[in-house]
Write a protein that binds this ligand. Structure first.
Ligand SMILES: Cc1cc2nc3c(=O)[nH]c(=O)nc-3n(C[C@H](O)[C@H](O)[C@H](O)COP(=O)(O)OP(=O)(O)OC[C@H]3O[C@@H](n4cnc5c(N)ncnc54)[C@H](O)[C@@H]3O)c2cc1C
Length: 461
């Protein structure tokens, strides 16, 4: 970095309530790490904002000097857009405050919070809003792409529960977006990703959930996968909105409820949550135990926050990751054959194929009601290529790409924007679908010079 650049960043430092980390500073190396260890970028400065005024300073600084700008929420995105090389990162990780109004069933939470922060604040009142299944994920990135998890079939996507957002625009202005204030921006934020500004505050509607929920895992051997998946398809077609069941094919991790001889062997796991009264859920999940001969089961009433964190150990930060994803309207036998074939030759013990069930309330809004376009998607398949050593990059990425190609003929064409990898710019239009042109018009209004471009980018029309 030249002395001139250092001097410039010194200007940004003045008046900042948070801190600024430059290459060589203590803490810089840690601050440039994100969830996906395959991302290795070296920003010119990381601005750890403490307040919205810090965010405004950083936005104005980057815009006025033509410096590349990235925004980091939870730092979970597989594509690594939370970071940039050389430019400035607005790091929101210190802005996580939450405030719940239990009477109104509303939570307001800052843009750097994780799902764990959100769940902890809302569950203190027996309330929740639908978010994803790994608690270290950022609320911001997840929400801006749509957001779904165990409660979505009952209560919709995360964006369906968004009441308002506080946004710092490319002009450095703070605006409130809601159904009645900047409604065009509010529409675009609900599925259009980080294209429109820095969201410093989200306000969500809440619902009574738990605190104890019927949830857990029923695990079958991979040898029974075909029959289990076929029965799963029939079961999912008639499941009530309260019940979400996802499937995971992988090698069995050494979980205490699985017999030792199963560890490391291929499995198909059914992961479930019943969002209503656990007593009523018990008989409804009974058929899931009869799809074959389970090798283990861990199902019961547990705190909602515990189930929200159940997958964290398997999805911890620090591994190398490469994902590919398709949406599906139906699950065909041809797809199952491809899934089973590739599950038999997993290139690392951490690789897995995940099928998440949507449907229910996620499909009830019109495709144009929010920027998230894929209301008809019933299932989202994600191939998680995940491994430790750079020497395995080619093998594991190759496996994920080959499986993606093998499963493509059975997919419905769209893709969830939050599951796009860095090399998938050719799928950005498919991700925004029929809403792309309208999004491009909103982009032109709020970010005509594409300051916010470290994302699955929408070009101003
Ligand atoms: C292990 C794992 C499990 C997941 N499970 C689910 C799931 O169950 N359901 C689901 O819907 N998704 C899931 N996801 C995908 C997740 O929603 C995306 O990775 C999401 O982008 C993460 O948000 P983040 O804030 O952590 O990411 P970041 O990497 O910080 O940001 C992602 C994008 O959003 C932008 N951005 C971040 N914060 C802001 C902000 N405050 N204002 C404006 N733009 C911002 C960034 O610039 C970047 O372009 C999962 C991801 C992982 C890695």
């Amino acid at each position: 970095m030249t002395q001139l650049q250092v001097t410039k960043f010194e200007e940004l430092k003045k008046g900042l309530k948070g801190e600024i980390l430059l290459p060589g500073d203590d803490g810089y190396e840690g601050a440039r790490k994100i969830w996906n260890a395959a991302i290795d970028k070296r920003p010119g400065a990381i601005v750890r904002c403490a307040t919205t005024s810090d965010v405004i300073r950083a936005v104005n600084f980057a815009r006025d000097r033509g410096v590349v700008l990235a925004v980091r929420g939870g730092g979970h995105n597989i594509a690594g857009n939370a970071l940039c090389d050389d430019g400035i990162v607005i790091d929101l990780s210190q802005m996580k405050a939450a405030s719940v109004d239990p009477g109104a069933r509303r939570v307001t939470i800052e843009g750097g919070a994780t799902l764990a922060d959100l769940d902890a604040a809302t569950q203190a009142h027996g309330l929740a809003t639908p978010v994803g299944i790994n608690s270290t994920t950022g609320v911001a990135g997840l929400t801006l792409g749509g957001g779904f998890g165990w409660l979505s079939r009952k209560y919709g996507l995360t964006i369906d529960n968004l009441e308002s957002a506080g946004v710092v625009t490319a002009a450095g202005e703070v605006v409130r977006a809601s159904a009645t204030e900047h409604p065009d921006l509010f529409w675009a934020l609900r599925g259009g990703g980080g294209n429109f500004g820095v969201v410093t505050r989200f306000e969500f509607r809440l619902h009574p959930v738990g605190p104890g929920v019927l949830s857990g895992l029923i695990v079958y051997p991979l040898s029974e996968a075909k029959s289990v998946l076929q029965q799963y398809r029939d079961f999912a077609a008639q499941a009530p909105d309260d019940l979400s069941v996802w499937t995971i094919l992988r090698q069995a991790p050494p979980l205490p409820f699985l017999p030792k001889e199963v560890h490391g062997k291929g499995i198909v796991a059914l992961a479930l949550l019943y969002a209503g009264d656990p007593q009523q859920g018990q008989p409804l999940i009974e058929p899931l135990r009869k799809f074959g001969t389970p090798v283990g089961e861990h199902v019961g009433v547990q705190p909602y926050t515990a189930w929200q964190q159940a997958f964290d150990p398997l999805l911890a930060a620090g591994a190398r990751n490469y994902w590919k994803s398709h949406n599906f309207s139906t699950l065909s036998d041809g797809l199952f054959e491809a899934v089973i074939d590739y599950s038999r030759r997993l290139p690392s013990p951490q690789c897995e194929i995940f099928i998440g069930a949507l449907g229910g309330a996620t499909g009830r809004a019109a495709p144009g009601a929010t920027a998230y376009a894929h209301r008809s998607a019933q299932f989202v398949l994600n191939v998680h290529g995940r491994w430790e050593s750079p020497s395995d990059d080619a093998r594991c990425i190759g496996w994920a790409r080959d499986f993606f190609d093998a499963s493509a003929p059975f997919a419905s064409g769209g893709v969830y924007v939050n599951f796009l990898t860095a090399d998938e710019s050719n799928r950005v239009r498919a991700a925004y679908g029929a809403n792309y042109d309208r999004l491009a018009r909103v982009k032109r209004k709020y970010d005509p010079n594409n300051l916010f471009r470290m994302n699955q980018n929408i070009k101003p029309s």
